[in-house]
Design a protein around this ligand. Structure first.
Ligand code: SF4
Length: 64
């Protein structure tokens, strides 16, 4: 399977300077291991807080 790193980077909304940008497999594994979600779950306002917690996601969608 071909790596889609360049394509992923173009779609990635994460504004944090991070070596995992575009490496969705590593990004997801990292945040999942911390009980979090990756940047692409968040809108621009919430993404900029760098708070990737599930709590923050639930606040964003109005469930908390
Ligand atoms: S969501 Fe997290 S792991 Fe993924 S690129 Fe952004 S800071 Fe890095």
């Amino acid at each position: 399977m071909e790596c889609t790193l360049d394509k992923n980077k173009k779609m990635c909304n994460c504004s944090y300077p991070c070596s995992k940008k575009g490496k969705c497999c590593d990004c997801l594994a990292y945040h999942r291991s911390n009980g979090e979600l990756p940047a692409c779950y968040f809108n621009a306002t919430y993404e900029r807080t760098y708070d990737r917690s599930i709590e923050n996601y639930l606040r964003m969608i109005g469930k908390r």
